[in-house]
Design a protein around this ligand. Sequence first.
Ligand code: SF4
Length: 382
Amino acid sequence: MKIGIVDADLLGRKKHRFPNLACEKISSYYKQEGHDTKLVLDYNELYEYDKVFISKVFTDTAIPAFLQESDAMHLGGTGFFFDKAPNLPEDIEHQMPDYHLYDQWIKNEVRKKQSLCKHKGKTFNEKYFMQQFKEYTDYSIGFLTRGCFRKCQFCVNQKYNQVFLHSPLKEFLDESRKKICLLDDNFLGIGFQERKRMLQELLDSGKRFKFKQGLDERLLDDEICKILFSSRYDGDITFAFDNIEDYDIIHDKLKIITKHKNRKSVKFYVLVGFRSTDAEDIENAFKRIELLFQYGCLPYIMRFQNKNETPWMQSKYRGLYITLARWCNQPSIVKKMSFRDFCEANQALHKNPNTLCSSMDAMLQFEKEYPRIAKRYFDIRF
Ligand code: SF4
């Protein structure tokens, strides 16, 4: 059989660069059964295949209207079914992913860029260009655990009441790949002994590893911090600071982190625009940012959105949310500039000096309405 596999996010999102693990497992399963599998890059070619699997992670990824579940066409993933997305069948779920599913697409992208550079008389820097594909080429990807017990209202993980073991590392570890990327929902939520054992396994692999989702810092303790911060972690160690109500507990955990952090870079996702999109929400964001700055941790603003709504976009403070994210989410900037400095720097680069740039405008309008909040937070520094 000819099996067509569509990563809908790759086709529908311009800058999407992360392999779809379900697609890779489906490909691997059908290859093992003796079928031909191929990553399909054009919806008009679907008719060429005996069976088609289409997977989508993001709800707002656009897809053609004619896609419909049938005997020959299977749709799956949170992008189609949100928190009701059915699991893959067990024997597919526990396949070693086909890490080569995207190879031909990557080759084509390289070829296209090469000829574009040639056409424009520019030098093609392949090493630099390949950076964007590193998750496809360098990492073994999988879930050591699945599930979460917290049931945060804004999160798609509502299916389970606990964290449970999912795949042993060897199930998805490709020794030829340099690094490991873990997609666990709440790894630290598994029992202490299991957590320690799996972290030790990761250390023993000798490979750099990272958890793609923010780790649950409310579950940190001295011992876990010691292991995490002494490991060859890949990139920033990332946690989440979603609720202002967790301020005190996060404060306590930051003290533990500081003991072990050394010079490692620590980042916290800061969720905004969920409960409200008003001045209180913005003040809460700054209050969390200020605490993180005090402990040398980087904030990363996550603007809430779900399959139906993007509340911050409808907010009166839309411009402020954008500016806040632009300031925080660029480490080289947030480390050097206060929020006010950042807006002033934008204004200095603005084409027409007689008008306000959008950042400056958003900041001044908010400051006029809420001078107390502006005075308290707009000049804080990392
Ligand atoms: S702790 Fe994380 S994974 Fe668990 S429900 Fe909350 S956001 Fe989702």
